[in-house]
Write a new protein. Structure first.
Lengths: 381, 329
């Protein structure tokens, strides 16, 4: 018996439409309405401006640790724009731009990063899960959401975000496998930003691409230029349409780069070169899309100022919010308050009432010489 | 009342809840065609079909996460762990998501999820399949923890767990699946989570136990009665929320307490129960609270060693006699 080659033979496509030199593949260029193009641009620019503002707010101690997305705007907005509001969006911890697209108010995100519990609360009708911190754990949840959609017979699609590092976690593989077996409507969006904190992709996997990992599970996997919003929009649109038509899940690997710090507690100069960062800055997703829109006469004058004013207004509202209610600590531990939490809540309320000038929860919070995590700053309140 | 085995009682609870509420579905390894490793899901695939009785790939973290996701959007999954020991690979999903998402979403997402399966000492299942894991989960705010001792409790508590809006850890026992007992036939018979039961009234000492240890304690109570020791048996049934009132009430009456647990002790349920009795009823105690726990070693496989590892009747009786021999000193 000879050795035979089995079908299918796996091939991984890479999709690019508008490259970093501004070259446009007109055959692949999507026919998006001018309003949609303007909306994509607005969201990417807002994502960038807010990101830069939030890093400054963190440096000033006005919000806590935060994971910037600078450089990943096209991956996020190009993909999330393919969803309907009735679809589900499942973020990791770096999807600020995509979350704003989905309707999270800016000040709620600021509240979240300042430690307010209500900051993690999506609006009741919003089909978004809250931020996920444990890497890759959100992927099985997304499959659960998609299973529920299939169960109920509705046509919602689920889009879930994660990084290159997350593809090493068991939950990534388990989720892809389940989605493949059950053919549920999930789009897995991997933002391959080349780094997982200080670990480069080549130490994360020996695979040539991350997209090909899907093939092992019988799921289509496609690589796309994640700094090309047109390419991401096209690939995500196709994946969402396939999912909605009952043709199952897709993995999209968006090749992008984290231009900033991993989180505000990180110093990337310790592990990557300035040349590498500079090379990716030349591939900035905003630069090429701005040039494209300019060429089509779709750039709005004064948009930066409008967005900055919107951000400033949100920061003002956020900072006008009174400090978090200490007693909220006990809310929502369970769907209904159990007796022991009612008792603990009353006990704290009594302590606070007895000593309103120096709330004990405040003065006891941190031992005087606790060492912060590297780069960490405490919030002022 | 019907006389059912513990296994049949669980099966009936699942069946009734699945009939009553189309959002309830069962998911896990071997739950469909094979009808569960311990046959708790017998007949469910036939009655409810593959969408509601879901055989999964072998991936506990994955299917627990799927259950959490489905629960967040309003379904009411019952996740089966082939044995609870396998839930260890899903602990991140259970502790970091199921228990926390309601809190971290500011109350927006509830997780009405039941994770059930057998746990604790069984018959020669070895070190990795015999662990009493309730105290691992008991420790975590946001989870409820149930350990049903009788067929009646198995049915009433599982139904209540399925209707609960929180994640519930529901740990059965391999050793109890064939135990028979009376079970109400009323499909609305529920046992609210968080209510202990006094299984035998007594005046001299309160003995707190559940699952297999409760059956052992019942025999001890019988055997010590002729010596003039009157034991009150209290079964918490739900560990979280714990019905401390009933336990404390009993101790205030008997002035003595012994807590039995099958697990390896050390920050176990016995430690917890003994400590709240001491904190809340110290002045009522005529003797220090005693704990009777399993040896602090992994479960041996050899039959003779296995028997010695778990608290015996003799050990329980000795603790009771010691406590009753102390008179308030
Ligand atoms: C289960 C788990 N392990 C480790 C961490 C710590 N951690 C946070 S982010 C991160 C790197 C993630 O890298 P990647 O998936 O590429 O996402 P990126 O940060 O690049 O967006 C690590 C290790 C965590 N949050 N959760
Ligand atoms: Mg990364």
């Amino acid at each position: 018996m000879p050795r035979t080659l089995l079908e299918p033979r796996f091939q991984v496509e890479h999709l690019s439409i508008l490259d970093s030199e501004g070259t446009l593949d007109t055959a692949l260029e999507p026919k998006l309405a001018p309003d949609e193009l303007r909306a994509l641009w607005r969201a990417m620019l807002l994502g960038r401006r807010l990101d830069e503002r939030m890093v400054r707010l963190q440096r000033q101690g006005r919000i806590g640790t935060f994971a910037p997305l600078k450089g990943q705007e096209a991956s996020q907005i190009g993909s999330v724009a393919a969803l309907r509001t009735t679809d589900w969006m499942v973020p990791s911890f770096r999807e600020t731009a995509a979350m704003i697209w989905r309707g999270w108010p800016i000040e709620r995100l600021l509240l979240f990063f300042a430690g307010y519990l209500e900051g993690g609360q999506p609006a009741p009708a919003q089909h978004d899960l809250p931020v996920t911190i444990p890497v890759a754990t959100q992927l099985p949840h997304a499959v659960g959401l998609a299973y529920a959609a299939q169960y109920r017979g509705d046509d919602a699609v689920v889009m879930v975000y994660f990084g290159d590092g997350a593809t090493s976690e068991g939950d990534f593989h388990e989720a892809l496998n389940f989605a493949g077996v059950w053919q549920v409507p999930v789009v897995f969006v991997c933002q391959n930003n080349q780094w997982a904190i200080s670990v480069p992709l080549k130490k994360q996997t020996h695979s040539r691409t991350l997209a090909q990992k899907a093939h092992a599970y019988g799921v289509p996997g496609l690589q796309v230029d994640g700094n090309d919003v047109l390419a991401v929009r096209v690939a995500a649109g196709e994946a969402v349409a396939r999912a909605r038509a009952g043709q199952g899940p897709t993995l999209l690997e968006c090749i992008t780069y984290r231009l900033g710090v991993h989180t505000t507690a990180d110093d990337p100069t310790k592990y990557r070169s300035e040349e590498e960062v500079a090379a990716w800055e030349r591939k900035d997703p905003l630069t090429r899309f701005r040039a494209y829109l300019e060429g089509r006469g779709l750039l709005e004058a004064g948009l930066e100022e409008t967005l900055d004013a919107e951000i400033a207004e949100a920061v003002r509202r956020f900072e006008a919010t009174p400090p978090a209610d200490a007693l909220a600590m006990f809310d929502h531990v369970y769907a209904e308050p159990p007796a022991h939490l009612v008792a603990q809540r009353e006990e704290l309320a009594r302590r606070l009432a007895a000593n309103p000038a120096a709330p004990p929860a405040d003065s006891d919070a941190v031992p005087p010489d606790a060492t912060p995590m590297r780069g960490q700053r405490l919030t002022r309140r | 009342m019907a006389v059912l085995t513990y296994r049949e009682a669980l099966n009936l609870a699942l069946r009734e809840e699945m009939r009553r509420d189309p959002r309830v579905f069962v998911i896990g390894e071997e739950v469909g065609l094979y009808e569960g490793a311990y046959k708790v899901t017998q007949g469910l695939l036939k009655e409810f079909g593959a969408q509601r009785v879901v055989d999964t790939p072998i991936a506990e973290s994955g299917f627990t996460g799927v259950g959490i996701g489905a629960a967040m959007v309003g379904l009411r999954p019952v996740v089966e762990m082939m044995t609870f020991n396998f839930a260890l690979v899903a602990v991140d999903q259970i502790v970091n998501t199921a228990a926390k998402i309601h809190y971290m979403s500011g109350g927006q997402y509830r997780v009405p999820l039941v994770i059930r399966g057998p746990g604790g000492p069984a018959a020669q299942l070895g070190a990795q399949h015999s662990q009493s894991m309730e105290s691992y989960f008991y420790h975590v705010p946001g989870l409820k923890v149930v350990r049903p001792t009788t067929p009646m409790d198995a049915k009433g508590l599982l139904k209540a767990a399925i209707r609960d809006d929180n994640p519930v850890i529901f740990i059965e026992s391999e050793t109890l699946y064939n135990v028979k007992g009376e079970v109400p036939e009323d499909p609305e018979f529920l046992i609210p989570l968080g209510r202990a039961i006094v299984r035998r009234e007594g005046t001299d000492v309160t003995l707190v136990a559940y699952m297999g240890m409760m059956y052992r304690a019942m025999e001890v109570a019988e055997e010590l009665a002729p010596e003039g020791i009157s034991i009150e048996l209290v079964d918490p049934r739900t560990l979280r929320p714990m019905d401390a009132e009933t336990i404390i009430g009993s101790v205030r009456k008997t002035h003595r307490a012994v807590v039995v647990e099958a697990g390896a002790g050390f920050a176990g349920m016995g430690s917890e129960i003994a400590s709240f009795i001491t904190e809340r009823a110290f002045d009522d105690l005529d003797a220090p609270v005693e704990r009777v726990t399993g040896a602090n070693a992994p479960m041996p496989y050899a039959r003779n060693l296995e028997r010695l590892k778990t608290p015996s009747k003799e050990k329980i009786a000795a603790a009771v006699r010691r406590v009753c021999g102390t008179n308030g000193g």
